[in-house]
Design a protein around this ligand. Structure first.
Ligand code: G4P
Length: 537
């Protein structure tokens, strides 16, 4: 019993969010290095052409050189059991990236110090903010020329509407980067790049009051500048408030250089101290306590195996309460059936391994014969719970899709529905236009290729695809509103999803504003929870 409780208490499950190239892969690798899960840097990310060395674990994905869905890495550090959810960010950005954030309890936002907030950071932040999860900011690449740190904090606060609390403060940048000042310890951690990031480092500490030593480490001019900045920080910054951090209102900010292992260990220590073990999750009008002994989980991602010989899929579940045991029978709420989860798997650094047990906070992948949908609940028979489900996020690319051979209508419909059920694409219909003409919406354009590939290989259907100029979609949230009565300008179209929800698609952000102006009282949402909308404008 004690063991059960402490296993959950030591769990931390988070996602790393960033714009491509900010340093997410490098930071992940360094976490694993400090956790002892890998022996030396370079094992996660190899050559440029082999970027997703650990994350790529489906053979076909490897052959195509892409990682279509994200993976989970688990490692131990200082008595904690850490799960990192990898959020795909390059050309493989998709709705899965957003859904993965639903399984995380907190997020680490990596920002390139020279660039500040970039488009993908913005999108991912929005999804985290929707759930009020704690967000920790790591401002990376301080060993290169960087923007003014005060400017960077200002940008975060203005754009994201959150408070920031610098845990440390950089001393110079680029060639003049000398280290950071730890505000809590009032110590300088000096920077040394001679080991080139291959080893774990602890750095040299020096008290800020030790003027003589500090002058010898960073020089008099930099010491004076630092003391002025520290005074400014202490006077003008937000106060530290752990409660605000835990509710996603105040982001602790760390400056460092992932490539040089600089600032990794202090980051991990503060992060683990400030985050909590898994918190209760909402299921209808009850809240499920992670320490409840009864197992419960929800499916947040379904990964199709694109190999024709193995049609099986892998469903990824986030455990919300209790302990998972391999040989027990569990209940799939939506399918109303009991079943055994065959070959449950977990990612441990570079290997996939079959596991015997897992706890609240963990992610498990199970072979799915085609029974699960995104958002489904799995629990112990008799538990009668249904988790809130996963929102459907607004796609950004749209295409009209038809089958080339009209004799294959049945296969086409089956394939489209199946792939939409897995959550790889969203499908929409123009009211009255017939079911053969389907509008497909995706978050990342690669999903169009995946759709074409799978329909051909698994269902024998060739597709005709016409990309559409639409870029935005919104769910209409006014109850009982007849969309026929709306005043819609050119560049806006009314469509329905497979549940019959009414939506509008737009060619631009401007078109959304015009429609809202022309139709007072109309309310639109950026994501949908079943029939209810959320994130209203
Ligand atoms: P991503 O996963 O967010 O896309 O970023 P990734 O870690 O792949 O890093 C992108 C590039 O930035 C890599 O260089 C990486 O070495 C570099 N980088 C990461 N952290 C730091 C840092 O603290 N300082 C500096 N100077 N560079 C950093 P690359 O040339 O694209 O790849 P590679 O040839 O190093 O593999």
């Amino acid at each position: 019993m004690q063991n059960f409780k402490s296993e959950i208490e030591r769990r931390r499950t988070f996602a790393i969010i960033s714009h491509p190239d900010a340093g997410k892969t490098t930071l992940t690798e360094k976490f694993l290095l400090y956790g002892g899960a890998i022996a030396s840097a370079g094992s996660v990310k190899g050559k440029q052409s082999d970027k997703h060395a650990v994350s790529d674990w489906m053979d076909l994905e490897k052959q195509r050189g892409i990682s279509i869905t994200s993976s989970v890495l688990q490692f131990e550090y200082d008595g904690y059991c850490i799960n990192i959810l990898d959020t795909p960010g390059h050309q493989d950005f998709s709705e899965d990236t957003y859904r993965t954030l639903m399984a995380a309890d907190s997020a680490v936002m990596v920002i390139d110090a020279a660039k500040g907030i970039e488009p993908q950071t913005r999108k991912l932040f929005k999804v985290c903010a929707m759930r009020d999860i704690p967000i920790f900011t790591f401002i990376n690449k301080m060993d290169r020329e960087a923007r003014d740190p005060f400017d960077l904090l200002d940008e975060l606060e203005k754009e994201f509407g959150i408070g920031t609390y610098p845990m440390n403060w950089p001393i110079g940048c680029g060639q003049k980067f000398r280290g950071v000042y730890d505000r809590e310890a009032r110590q300088i951690l000096s920077f040394d790049d001679s080991h080139r990031g291959r080893e774990r480092i602890s750095g040299i500490d020096c008290d800020i009051a030790d003027t003589e030593r500090l002058d010898s480490l960073i020089g008099e001019a930099m010491r004076e500048e630092l003391c002025e900045q520290v005074e400014l920080l202490d006077g003008a910054c937000f106060d530290f408030d752990l409660d605000a951090v835990r509710h996603g209102k105040l982001s602790p900010v760390f400056f460092g250089s992932a490539l040089n292992n600089f600032g990794i260990e202090p980051f991990l220590k503060h992060f683990l101290r400030m985050t909590t073990s898994p918190l209760p999750r909402v299921a209808g009008d009850v809240s499920i306590d992670p320490f409840d002994e009864k197992f419960s989980a929800f499916v947040f991602k379904i990964q199709a195996n694109m190999n024709k010989a193995h049609r099986d899929r892998i469903a990824f579940m986030r455990i919300c309460s209790g302990r998972f045991q391999r040989d027990r029978e569990y209940y799939h709420v939506q399918g109303q059936k009991s079943f055994r989860l065959s070959q449950p798997q977990q990612m441990m650094a570079s290997e996939r391994e079959v596991i015997n047990e897992a706890y609240a906070g963990d992610i498990i992948g199970v072979f799915d014969p085609g029974i699960f949908s995104i958002g489904d609940t799995v629990c112990e028979r008799g538990s009668k719970i249904t988790f809130e489900g996963i929102p459907t996020f607004a796609p950004e690319h749209f295409a009209m899709v038809e089958q080339v051979d009209s004799m294959k209508r049945k296969q086409f419909a089956k394939g489209m529905n199946q792939i939409a059920q897995e959550g790889a694409i969203q499908i929409f219909f123009e009211p009255g236009a017939g079911l053969e003409r389907v509008i497909v919406g995706v978050v990342g354009v690669l999903q169009f290729e995946v759709l074409e590939y799978r329909l051909k290989n698994e269902y024998g259907c060739d597709l005709r695809r016409n990309n559409l100029a639409f870029e935005q979609i919104r769910w209409i949230t006014n109850e009982g509103l007849d969309p026929k009565t709306l005043k819609l300008s050119h560049g806006t179209k009314w469509v329905q999803d497979f549940r019959g929800n009414n939506l509008l698609i737009f060619t631009s952000e401007w078109a959304i504003r015009w429609v809202l102006e022309d139709n007072p009282g109309l309310t639109l949402a950026e994501f949908s929870r079943g029939n209810a909308g959320g994130g209203e404008e």
